[in-house]
Ligand binder design. Structure first.
Ligand code: C2E
Ligand code: MG
Ligand code: MG
Length: 686
């Protein structure tokens, strides 16, 4: 297969010389040439413009192409076509100039033979191709480097900068010219970190974060991937790093971390951070015989503020409290919001136990100053539990737990005070917590049931009613008397829902007895003070009656004397209940304080003499006097008197002699399940 001939353009005005060259190339074996000869540069340029030329042979002594200017024009016309200059003189200076101006070679006419010329042409073409390819590759690489969005920075073996692309210029604020040749340390926030990075790179490459410094001194973070650059022999010539400004990402990460460790509403530490800091504090003081204290705070009656004024005011108040709390402690201490209206403070380094009450008192005083929120003046107090390392607990978890227990004690002590933890608080708190947790589910799990205790007319001996008494069948602890859980239910507010259930169940049972044909009797239902305060009591009573179809006359509510603390309010409520038509008894009468003056204004029907007076009525003159007085009082106010806790025949006989109307107690019948109460009714009415 024959090769494509090499297209040679000969620019030569001397016809003899042209002929000579033509002859030389024409005789070539194995290397075919297609020669075109022109005698003027302008014609030659036209030919070049047409394309297809592989090499130019240029006589540098033509009529219109004096000197090296011709070279430049040819190169401008066809930059990729190699040029071999033919000169008439053996002038080294011309040859050097020609090559400098872009000629591939320079041959002296008369000294050229065929071999020399063919070799020169072949080399010129090959070299030109390589040069062009190299230049293209370099341009391409430079383009790539400069158009990269990532920063590309490289250094030589002395860690001086040799490459600094446009992205790097933009981020760092230096121009390439400013940094080329300078030590790379210039670009690091911490030069020792930079040196370490360099070392790690030499040990096999590095990827990771590094802190950089801009020209204006600003610190920023970049993510770098660096590797060693080597020459053809494998010897290192420097390090190249590709990096990206990750300041934004870092900032986002910081926000996420902040959210993970802080309470969004108050910006205080959250429980997680609090526990971390507390653990650190414990480690620190361990060897120094210093103390760490946890103060556990719960705002008093915060819920009522939230309920009354709305959550947005509640939130503002929490923020204001948080702010004040931080002013009460020192630098190294931690204030945290654990949730809701609960806060915790870790006093990280305390010298004496006696310092701690001062802080607690300062907090109480600071928080109790008035708050002005949305133009309204608000007050809040707090209860604080204190627990101290190493006396009260050895680890962070227990410190917080015990401080919580002590806080409950502070609540019990009338709130707005602090209490120091003591071990006996724990047992009570445990039981309480376990009960409170399961109490929340008891209603939906239908763990409550009622027992009924007969109330008897002392004159006739007939059952005139049953008192409904609630019990809780706790899944683990068995059946629990109301004394164990009603106070908890009152504190947590669960009493409202439980009370409504009791009302409905008792009314339904009484209605069922009537439907079954027993003579109508009354069912007495106990109502807690907390239920009274709640507006829904009236609604609940109305609903229970409506839903069960029980006539109001057969429902009696047992209220305690504590309702009389707010006389006007009590009268309002009792009148409304009376309007519905239900009966009202004052339970445990004699134990609370009743103003006789008020008593006569109350629309009530019955006084229930507390069992503590009944117990010793037969032999304690003091109790006897009280019981006598209560019965007389009831009758003078036109009320009935019922004695509870009647356990013996003697007690009953004595009460009868005092003209007490009714009685209730173990002697007459213990509280019993509905089934048994039904059987008892069947027996006595048969
Ligand atoms: P209470 O209303 O004064 O109920 C009488 C308590 O005395 C009942 O205790 C009853 O079992 C007990 N008892 C009755 N007869 C005798 C007796 O002869 N001797 C002795 N020693 N005790 C007798 P229980 O059932 O433990 O109830 C205790 C308290 O729990 C009740 O006192 C009442 O205040 C409250 N309670 C019970 N059920 C409910 C309820 O459904 N709602 C509310 N809010 N409180 C309830
Ligand atoms: Mg009662
Ligand atoms: Mg009672």
């Amino acid at each position: 297969m024959s090769e494509k001939p090499i297209a040679v353009l000969l620019i030569e005005d001397n016809a003899d010389d042209a002929h000579e060259i033509r002859k030389m190339l024409g005789e070539g074996r194995g290397m075919p040439f297609a020669i075109e000869c022109v005698d003027r540069l302008t014609t030659g340029l036209e030919r070049l413009a047409a394309g297809g030329t592989d090499v130019v042979l240029l006589d540098l002594s033509g009529p219109d192409n004096h000197g090296l200017d011709a070279l430049a024009r040819i190169r401008a016309q066809a930059p990729h076509v190699p040029i071999i200059v033919l000169s008439s003189l053996d002038d080294e200076a011309v040859a050097v100039k020609a090559v400098r101006e872009g000629a591939e070679d320079c041959l002296v006419k008369g000294q050229v033979d065929r071999n020399l010329l063919v070799r020169a042409i072949r080399y010129a073409i090959a070299r030109k191709r390589t040069d062009d390819a190299l230049r293209a590759a370099k341009d391409y690489a430079e383009n790539l480097i400069d158009s990269s969005l990532d920063m590309i920075i490289s250094v030589d073996v002395n860690r001086n900068i040799v490459e600094f692309n446009r992205a790097a210029e933009q981020v760092f604020g230096y121009t390439k010219a400013e940094v080329l040749g300078k030590p790379i340390d210039l670009l690091y926030a911490d030069t020792s970190e930079g040196r370490q990075l360099h070392k790690n790179t030499q040990d096999g490459g590095f990827t990771g974060e590094v802190a950089n410094k801009k020209k204006n001194g600003e610190i920023f973070y970049s993510y770098v991937s660096a590797s060693v650059m080597r020459d053809a022999t494998g010897a290192p010539v420097g390090v190249m790093g590709i990096s990206r400004d990750i300041t934004e990402r870092k900032r986002a990460e910081e926000i996420i971390v902040r959210q993970a460790y802080h309470d969004a509403l108050t910006n205080l530490a959250n429980r997680r951070l609090f526990m971390d800091r507390l653990t650190q504090a414990l480690t620190r003081v361990q060897w120094h015989k210093r103390l760490v204290s946890v103060l556990f705070l719960d705002l008093d009656h915060f819920k009522s503020i939230n309920d009354a004024l709305g959550h947005s005011v509640g939130d503002l108040l929490l923020q204001a409290v948080a702010e004040r709390l931080t002013t009460c402690v020192r630098q190294g201490d931690t204030v945290a919001r654990l949730g809701g209206d609960e806060f915790a403070i870790a006093l990280a380094d305390v010298a004496r136990t006696s310092d701690i009450p001062k802080v607690a008192q300062k907090i109480i005083d600071t928080l109790s100053r008035p708050y002005v929120l949305e133009g309204r003046e608000l007050f809040i107090t707090t209860s604080i539990g204190v627990c101290i390392y190493p006396d009260d607990a050895q680890d962070a978890e227990t410190l917080v737990k015990n401080a919580d227990v002590a806080m409950y004690r502070a609540k019990k002590h009338g709130r707005n005070n602090y209490q120091h933890y003591s071990p006996d608080m724990n047992a009570q708190a445990f039981e309480r917590l376990a009960i409170e947790t399961s109490l929340r589910h008891a209603l939906e799990r239908e763990e409550f049931f009622l027992e009924y205790q007969p109330q008897v007319d002392i004159g006739t001996g007939r059952i005139i009613g049953y008192e409904a008494l609630v019990r809780w069948r706790h899944p683990d602890l068995g059946v629990m008397p109301p004394g164990k859980f009603i106070p908890l239910a009152e504190e947590s507010g669960l009493i409202v829902a439980i009370g409504e259930w009791v009302l409905r169940s008792a009314c339904a049972q009484n209605r069922a007895w009537q439907t079954a044909g027993f003579p109508p009797i009354r069912v007495a239902v106990n109502v807690s003070p907390r239920q009274l305060r709640h507006e829904s009591l009236l609604g609940a009573v109305g609903r229970a009656l409506r839903e069960t179809g029980l006539h109001p006359n057969w429902l009696e509510l047992e209220l305690t004397e504590s309702i009389m603390q707010d006389a006007d309010e009590a009268i309002r409520l009792l009148s409304q209940l009376q309007a519905i038509g239900v009966q009202i008894a004052i339970d445990d009468f004699g134990t609370g304080y009743s103003s006789l003056n008020h008593l006569k204004r109350y629309p009530i029907h019955k006084l229930k003499i507390d069992q503590s007076f009944v117990r010793d009525v037969t032999h304690d003159p003091h109790d006897r006097a009280i019981v006598t007085a209560i019965i007389a009082l009831a009758h003078s106010l036109n009320l009935k008197a019922i004695a509870e806790g009647v356990e013996t025949e003697e007690q009953l006989a004595y009460l009868r002699s005092l003209k007490c109307d009714e009685a209730q107690g173990y002697f007459l019948g213990r509280p019993m399940p509905a089934q048994n109460a039904t059987k008892l009714l069947a027996r006595v009415t048969a």
